[in-house]
Write a protein that binds this ligand. Structure first.
Ligand code: NAD
Length: 542
């Protein structure tokens, strides 16, 4: 077989509106009904085989304690070990597939998700993780499709990189999938992150053990089924929801552990890295560690900021998906003159946001993920309300009676080191510090030094000099930096995503940099005319 095969050029998946009267809205409502009415019984999946361990957990919608979506079966150490052995076996054949066949599986998955699977995955995400229709659409439909379509294009770009060859020699690089298996550990907040963490290493030929978050098992299960329908062979990705500690121990004790693809909190990533360090001598290869973790994402406004644009960015950037995005804005620095212009409107607009069940499409915000999150977030609100250094100026009310609902909350922090300005709260709480107009440079230093994280950040300024200074002084404060825009909503292929410092390894999800981490190049030098004697010309007689 010969021919230079090219994958089709990737374009971002158009976002459906779900406006009243659109066909996608009717289809999504039907899918929501179907998933709400079913009683799913989600197995562990190893080598394509469904395993029901009997250790089950109910799946409840975060916004409606009475809505049970089914149960999932928990994997433990034994299932994890079985899954690893099976993945290693499946990888052998998968890695030997021609690239275009592996690419075709992911291109087909993207196409299926763009059409027949779209409403199912969106509805599962809306109910499982409490997202509104638009937030689900940009996550479980568009971002997954983009990860797969751009992923194959980026991989092809990597394969195209080849060394030079001098006369008589042919040099080439073969991009081998990692030897061993990749352990993918995904968070609750984006269905697309699970698809990327498991899917991207698999796309380039790795075998993957995928442990989804216990709060996203339903949407993760449908993601797995989508890939299966697209032609992913059994065992290439094994789906093992379950006990994180036992599964991690089984994975990280294994000599064939070759990589960690993690997204979640900083403390968990640090504990996993520590385990890898302790075990380093037992691995056959140095494992690749890729982790995208927490954030304390900022918006900083210059006195020249456009007030309406700033206000809109604060509301959207802080409260969409209840602030449960790693990129969500959660601290803002606003000059006194601009605050006088926007403060009252910002409070009114925040208090006017509709909150409730995602099945009711009029709601902008829905519930937070679980009781632990609810207690932690409301703890910050209560402490701010009681503190002489802070004032709750919008929202601040909450109830877990029907679901885990917390009103979008604005805290005005008198001190820039108040805890709401420093900690990742991971909920609908935006903390605002108002600074004197003449303290722009000092404020930029405060932004840079306040938090250990460096994920996303935004500057609002209509004056170029102010903007320039922010870009310089905040160079290391965010891996995704926005100018006159909210700091959320990165799009695959457009804004490769990730941050440094305590926010992660900054391997940029949705880019060739990330894909490269799952490949181990082999350089091949072929001498077309090998030398046949030892002596070099300089050794000859004068
Ligand atoms: P989490 O850390 O609680 O869980 C993430 C994953 O780690 C889950 O699969 C969980 O089961 C697993 N886990 C938990 N404890 C573990 C342990 N002891 N050993 C092994 N695995 C363990 O995070 P979450 O609540 O699901 O997600 C929210 C966090 O994720 C926030 O901190 C957020 O900033 C971060 N996040 C970061 C990005 C990014 O790109 N930087 C994206 C999304 C989320």
């Amino acid at each position: 077989m010969s021919g230079t095969i090219r994958v089709p050029p990737a374009v971002n998946e158009p976002v459906h509106s779900y406006a009243p009267g659109t066909p996608e809205r009717a289809e999504l409502k039907a899918a929501l009904r179907a998933i709400a009415d079913q009683d799913a019984d989600i197995p562990v999946i190893i080598g394509g085989e469904e395993i029901r361990t009997g250790r089950t957990h109910p799946i409840r919608a975060p916004h409606d304690h009475g809505l049970r979506l089914g149960v999932w079966h928990e994997a433990g150490a034994e299932e994890a070990r079985r899954a690893i052995a099976n993945t290693l076996e499946a990888r052998r054949e998968w890695a030997s597939w021609p690239w275009e066949d592996r690419a075709a599986v992911f291109l087909r998955a993207a196409e299926l998700l763009s059409t027949s699977w779209r409403s199912t995955l969106n509805a599962a995400t809306m109910l499982n993780q409490s997202k509104n229709a638009f937030q689900a659409e940009i996550d479980s439909a568009c971002e997954i499709i983009d990860f797969f379509r751009f992923g194959v294009q980026f991989a092809q770009g990597i394969f195209d990189h080849q060394p030079v060859s001098e006369k008589g020699v042919w040099n080439r690089i073969e991009y081998r999938p990692l030897e061993g298996f990749v352990y993918a550990v995904s968070p609750f907040n984006f269905t697309a992150i699970g698809a990327n963490l498991a899917g991207t290493p698999a796309m380039v030929g790795c075998g993957v053990l995928w442990k989804p978050s216990k709060h996203a098992v339903l949407s993760g299960y449908y993601t797995y089924r989508l890939l299966e329908e697209a032609g992913l062979p059994p065992g290439v990705i094994n789906f093992v929801p379950g006990d994180p500690v036992a599964i991690t121990a089984a994975a990280m004790d294994h000599p064939d552990f070759a990589g960690l693809h993690f997204t979640g909190s900083t403390s968990v990533f640090q504990s996993l890295w520590t385990t890898v360090g302790r075990n380093i001598a037992r691995y056959r290869t140095y494992p690749r560690l890729v982790g995208e973790t927490g954030g304390k994402d900022f918006i900083v406004a210059h006195p020249s900021a456009d007030p309406a644009a700033l206000r809109t960015a604060i509301v959207r950037g802080s409260f969409e998906y209840q602030g449960q995005k790693c990129s969500a804005a959660s601290r803002a620095y606003i000059p006194a003159s601009v605050w006088r212009e926007i403060g009252d409107d910002l409070v009114d607009e925040t208090d006017a946001l509709a909150m409730g069940d995602p099945m009711d499409f009029r709601n902008f915000v829905n519930a937070v993920i679980d009781e632990g999150g609810f207690d932690s977030i409301t703890g910050y609100i209560d402490r701010a309300a009681a503190s002489p250094d802070a004032e709750v100026i919008a929202g601040g009310r909450y109830s877990a009676a029907d679901g885990f609902f917390i009103r979008p909350t604005l805290v005005r922090a008198k001190r820039p080191d108040h805890e709401t300005m420093c900690d990742e709260i991971f909920g609908p709480v935006m903390s605002v510090h108002v600074y004197p107009d003449n303290a722009w440079s000092e404020t930029l230093d405060v932004v840079d030094s306040t938090s250990p994280y460096a994920l996303t950040g935004a500057v609002f300024s209509q004056e170029r000099a102010g903007l320039r200074e922010a870009l310089d002084r905040l160079r290391n404060a965010a891996g995704n930096f926005y100018v006159n825009d909210k700091p959320t909503g990165a799009v695959v292929g457009q804004q490769p995503f990730g941050g440094a410092r305590a926010s992660g390894t900054n391997d940029k999800a949705g880019s060739a940099y990330n894909i490269m981490r799952w490949l181990s190049p082999r350089t091949i030098k072929e001498n077309l005319v090998p030398p046949r004697s030892v002596a070099y010309p300089f050794m000859g007689e004068e």
